[in-house]
Write a protein that binds this ligand. Structure first.
Ligand code: GLA
Length: 386
């Protein structure tokens, strides 16, 4: 987060509301491996990165909720904080959904003001929506002295997404934004919610994101369908193996044994998830061994599964991964996040970053006639007061 942006947000708040706010920053995230595993009770390996949302938040005495999207120069006012409901204004729902979750937990939410803005590209699979939810949840928790622990804030933010944005997301994005640690990736077990930090040395491998420019629309599309297909798989397996609560508990042998009963599509969805979970575990071992080449192979395998079996990639993402494979100094690449657009994540040897960006940009232009935007990210700490 550049200091100027948080100053802009701060002065915008003061100009509009005339009192001193609390300032909070909330990062977006990358995910090295473990995609579409979170809502299946599996493993993910995200990190918070230096594309962030900034908030200025304060309690007013008026009982109103006054929200400002600084970058859009749009406002939304609600006359009575006791009567929060979903809004027609898309961005406001992430904030209102969070306030509603505080109410659900028995907190009388008083009037408050919030100005937010940031540098997380939208629709890029970097969790701009989770950052918005987490930033406000953190701010309200401090201002209202509600003392929810950080995991509960993640749940509040996730629930806000379910109820006010209509996306039945897992907990990875909100967890990553809140629990990020400078210089580390974090492996979360989405079944037990236990987590472990692994050092990630960006001096050995840079994290470069290639934005396909295709805006994913998780809500309207296939995300919720994938979730249902996985649930369908679990319900079939459960009839034979009552211990299978989520796909985390399933094995490839079980899937093979009931392949025809599952049907082709559900089988492939489930097989991808079971294999991806195993990949996260081995990838972490490779990371601990300092074996980036092996880690990168896991990333390519993850992409292949997402493309062929889970079917959440798209032509643009596939071109970007193939171009990365052909470029020198690349350890691994794959699509990142929900899919159907957004970014690829690439691990690139530092001395090859410039060449990598040049050759992937050229391939994207040549094959699809599209201009590529790239971001080099560093790993930062999770949500906090500025
Ligand atoms: C989106 C969701 C996450 C996760 C990813 C796919 O980012 O918000 O919960 O399911 O997709 O891994």
């Amino acid at each position: 987060m550049s200091a100027p942006l948080s100053q802009d947000i701060h002065s915008d708040f003061q100009r509009r509301f005339g009192y001193e706010p609390l300032l909070v920053r909330a990062p977006g995230r990358v995910n090295l491996i473990g995609e579409h595993t979170d809502y299946n009770g599996g493993f993910v390996l995200p990190a918070a990165v230096d594309k962030e949302a900034t908030f200025a938040v304060g309690l007013n005495e008026s009982g109103q909720i006054r929200l400002v999207a600084h970058d859009l120069n749009e406002t939304l006012e609600l006359a009575n904080a006791a009567e929060i409901a979903p809004s027609e204004t898309h961005w406001a729902n992430y904030l209102l959904g969070v306030a509603a979750q505080f109410q659900q937990r028995g907190v009388a939410v008083p009037g408050f003001d919030c100005v937010f803005g940031g540098t997380i590209p939208q629709g890029a699979g970097m969790s701009s929506s989770a950052a918005i939810e987490c930033g406000l949840a953190f701010a309200l928790n401090l201002l209202l002295k509600t003392n929810f622990d950080t995991m509960e804030l993640a749940r509040i933010a996730q629930k806000a997404e379910h109820t006010y944005a209509g996306v039945m997301c897992g907990i990875m994005d909100q967890f990553a934004s809140l629990f990020g640690r400078d210089g580390h990736v974090v492996r979360l077990d989405c079944r037990s919610l236990e987590y472990e930090y692994f050092p990630f040395d960006t001096a050995a491998a840079r994290i470069v994101l290639c934005n396909s420019g295709v805006k994913h629309s998780l809500a309207s599309s296939e995300y919720n369908t994938r979730r249902q297909e996985c649930e369908r798989g679990v319900s079939v397996l459960q009839q034979h193996y009552p211990q299978v609560q989520t796909l985390r508990d399933a094995t490839m042998e079980q899937l093979e044994a009931h392949r025809s009963e599952l049907g082709g599509t559900v089988y492939r969805r489930c097989a991808y998830v079971v294999q991806e979970n195993a990949r996260v575990v081995t990838a972490c071992q490779h990371l601990e061994d300092g074996d980036l080449a092996a880690f990168g192979q896991d990333m390519y395998a993850s992409h292949a599964g997402l493309r062929d079996d889970y079917e959440v990639s798209c032509a643009e993402l596939d071109v970007l991964v193939e171009a990365a494979k052909a470029a020198p100094g690349v350890f691994g690449a794959r699509m990142m996040g929900g899919g159907f657009g957004g970014c690829t994540i690439n691990l690139v040897a530092p001395e090859h970053v410039d060449g990598f960006i040049a050759s992937v940009s050229a391939a994207y232009q040549e094959k699809l006639g599209l201009k590529l935007e790239t971001y080099q990210t560093t790993i930062v700490a999770g949500v906090g007061a500025v």
